[in-house]
Design a protein around this ligand. Sequence first.
Ligand code: THU
Length: 137
Amino acid sequence: MSGDQIDWDLLRDAAIVALGNSYSPYSKFPVGVAGFADDGRVVSGANVENASYGLTLCAECSMVSQLWATGGGRLTAVSCVDGNGESLMPCGRCRQLLYEHGGPQLLLMTPEGVLPMAEVLPQAFGPADLETRGPAE
Ligand code: THU
C-alpha cells in the first residue's frame, strides 16, 4: 500500500481523540497514537505513566495492546501525535514495537512526512532473525 492511499487525516484525528485518554501527570507530555490494522479497523492508544517513572507505558504500547485485544492482525499505517496534535517520532523502544506488529513496510507519519519502518528502524532485529538463526545449541 502506498502512502497516498491512506486516510492520514482520519488517523491523526483518531490519535488526537486518544490524547484524551493519556495519563501523564509526571511528564505532562500527553501522546496519542492511532493505526490502521490490515482488516481496516482503527486502533489507538495513549501514554500511561507511573510514579516509578521507568514503568511508563508509551502510547504505542497501549495501541498494540488494543490491536491484540480486538482481534490481532498487522499494522499497516500509524500516526503518533504530541499534545498539540503535531506528528511525533516514536521513541526507540516503540519503533521496535511497531516493527514487530507491522514489519518493514509499515508506513509511519513523521515530522518529515510518510516513512516506512525500514527507514525509521534500519537494520532492525526482528522475528525473522529468530527464525533464521534459531536457538543456540
Ligand atoms: N512517549 C510515548 O508515549 N511515545 C513515544 O514514542 C515517545 C514518548 C511518552 C512517554 C512519556 O509518558 C512521555 O511521552 C514523555 O517522555
